[in-house]
Design a protein around this ligand. Structure first.
Ligand SMILES: [Zn+2]
Length: 127
């Protein structure tokens, strides 16, 4: 199944062609990519976002939506069994060893920095 998905984040329009033999996986990817989170609960921003991508030292690639007002990011996660989901909460990433730790900061409480493991939904609908 091929699905063409268009989505707009900030001023950039993205067009994805999803080509998956597994129809549910194709739909999952299309729905995830077509509905990036566009509400930052940290600063109540609903309009100013951009897509962002970075790599860590191990070579893993991360894709996220960044809030242009406060810099928080909502990450695109991957299920172990393939497919995508958005971490719907925007979080501010603080670089380890960053020197801006002294003085005033607008960081949210550190207790909500708990990377969520990929969810495995095996629940059958009750009908
Ligand atoms: Zn924000």
């Amino acid at each position: 199944m091929k699905i063409n998905v268009k989505t707009k984040v900030g001023s950039t329009e993205y067009q994805f062609l999803i080509d998956e033999q597994d129809e549910m996986l194709g739909l999952n990817k299309a729905i995830a990519l077509g509905n990036p989170p566009q509400y930052c609960q940290l600063c109540k921003n609903k309009e100013h976002f951009k897509m962002d991508s970075n790599k860590d030292k191990e070579g893993n690639t991360y894709v996220s939506v960044m809030c242009r007002k406060c810099g928080a990011k909502a990450k695109l996660g991957q299920y172990k069994s393939k497919g995508y989901f958005w971490h719907s909460d925007f979080e501010i990433y603080v670089k380890p060893g960053s020197e801006q730790n002294s003085g005033s900061s607008n960081k949210p409480p550190a207790n909500d920095y708990q990377p969520e493991p990929p969810r495995e939904d095996n629940d059958e609908l009750p009908f």
